[in-house]
Structures are given as C-alpha cells and as structure tokens.
Design a protein around this ligand. Structure first.
Ligand SMILES: [Zn+2]
Length: 291
C-alpha cells in the first residue's frame, strides 16, 4: 500500500516520576512524540506536540498554557522542535497536511494544532464534548486555547478506518480522558499501534500500573484499555508508548525519522537488553513553577 510512518520529537517535559508510575521518586524527563503518516490518499499528523508559547520567557504565559499542571511540569521546546519547523525541515509544508488526529486534547498532544492550518481535525465526539464543556474541561485538564482553532472537524464515535482500506485506523482507548484514541498503522510488514497516553510506558502495560489519579479519569476503563493493548501485542502488533524515554531513544533523536517494523523490533530488543532506563532528572525548578 506504500504507507510510510515517521516519528519526531516536538518538545520535552520534566515532571515528577510518580505522575507516570506510582511510587517512583524524583523527576522524569519525557519526550513529546508526534507522528507523520504518508498515505497515497493524504498526509496525517498524529498528535502535534507542545505549543510555541512554551518557549516564552514570561512565566505567566507558560503557566497559562500549562493550566493546572503548571506547578508540576517543566516544558522545553527548542527553536527547531515545534511541529511546523520539524515538517518544513523535512520538506513538507505544514499548510498541506490533510488530517490532524489528536490522541486526546491535553496540551502536549495538541499544542501544535494551531500551526497546521488547513488540516481536517479528527477527534472522538466524546473528547470534543468534554473539551468544550466547562465543568468537564476543568476535570480533564483541558485548555481550550491549545486546541480550538476553527479547523474543520471530523467527529468520530469509536473505531474509524480513515481511508477505508484498513491501513490507518482509530482505536478507542478511553479512560485517560473521556475520548482518548490510539492509532493503528498497518505497514507492509506488520502493524504498529501508537498508543498515546492510554499507556505512558512499557512498564505501565507490563505491570498494569495506572498513572496519577489526575490523569486516570476513569481507572476501570483505563484497565480495560490496557487489556485491549495486551491483546494487540498478543496478535503480533508492536506498540509505541505515549512517553517512554527508554523506548523513544531507540526510535527518534529529534527530527523526522522513518519508523519501520525493523526499527521498532530493534527498539524492543534493545529495551529488553538494557531494561527500562529512564532519563531521570535532578530536582528541577523554573520560574513558572514557583508558587
Ligand atoms: Zn502526554
């Protein structure tokens, strides 16, 4: 079918490790990954990374863009790291991307939507509902300026085969947020599931560990989602986790790079060999984090 999958790093976040895995100490620096899929019928961006305001020298601007997690999150977005600059460096005009699919509407997954002006925005109906209903926005840590930019929207309800050929399909993986979705990409030689944040890391799945309650809106649904992911694995699919530094370092070093089945298998083997080595950070502090 000639589909190509690419990954890129659109920023980094440093947050308390225990936010991702219960009981862990210290701070963890996590990559913010985005994906480009080139299909004969169109180009797709799966997640769009941090918004450019994260680069601001004004702590109040950064704080506003982070919302409730501001005291817990140190974002880093270099001048080359936003999604539009990544695409241009790869020879793709951001204005010519056909679809943006957001796994969900947290700031680190949709912050670049504003830079992708002409794409149609593909989102679960229930996610958009929560992201535009004030009390649900508050509960789910949604910040409207991250994602509401007037794109033509395609609201879907559950599974959705984007081109009708089974090659790029949305998989509902609710629980982290009300309408979280993952993306199944069928390459010529195997299937990859881009999990998004329904599963932050490989340890999340191996040990069935839910994250901080703030980001496990529906714990039971999240557990069911993890079982669904295990089913994908059992059937031979390879998973790329939401924010797993130990996996990501074997897949991407910043700019847009192709992700192949061989590359993902290699990352899997290296991970098994070296264990879940994470990039732990020393205690961090930033002006916007001072209360
Ligand atoms: Zn995230």
């Amino acid at each position: 079918m000639g589909i190509r999958l690419y990954g890129m790093t659109c920023g980094w976040l440093t947050m308390p490790f225990q936010f991702f895995l219960p009981g862990r100490e210290g701070w963890l620096m996590i990559p913010v990954g985005c994906y480009l899929i080139v299909h004969p019928k169109g180009t797709i961006l799966f997640d769009s990374g941090l918004e450019t305001t994260m680069r601001s020298d004004d702590p109040s601007v950064v704080k506003r863009a982070l919302g409730q997690v501001a005291p817990l999150a140190l974002p880093e977005l270099g001048p080359e790291d936003d999604v539009a600059t990544r695409l241009r460096a790869f020879g793709i005009d951001p204005d010519k991307i056909d679809f943006i699919i957001n796994s969900h509407l947290h700031f680190d997954h949709c912050g670049g939507n504003a830079l992708i002006k002409n794409a149609r925005h593909v989102i679960q109906k229930r996610e958009w509902h929560a992201a535009t209903t004030p009390e649900l926005m508050e509960e789910n840590l949604f910040i409207r300026t991250n994602y509401d930019h007037g794109h033509v929207r395609i609201e879907v309800d559950g599974e959705h085969d984007l081109f009708g050929d089974g090659s790029v399909a949305l998989v509902p993986t609710y629980g982290h947020t009300p309408g979280h979705q993952s993306l199944k990409v069928k390459l010529d030689d195997g299937e990859i599931l881009l999990t998004g944040d329904c599963c932050y890391m490989r340890q999340t799945l191996d040990e069935m560990l839910l994250p901080d309650p703030k980001v496990a809106r529906n714990p039971e649904q999240m557990r069911q989602t993890l079982l669904l992911l295990k089913g994908f694995q059992d059937r031979g699919a390879f998973l790329i986790f939401g924010h797993d530094p130990g996996q990501w370092k074997h897949l991407n070093d910043g700019p847009i790079r192709e992700i192949t089945m061989n590359g993902v298998k290699r990352a899997h083997t290296l991970y098994e060999r070296s264990g879940p080595t994470c990039m732990e950070s020393p205690l961090v502090n930033a002006p916007h984090m001072q209360v």
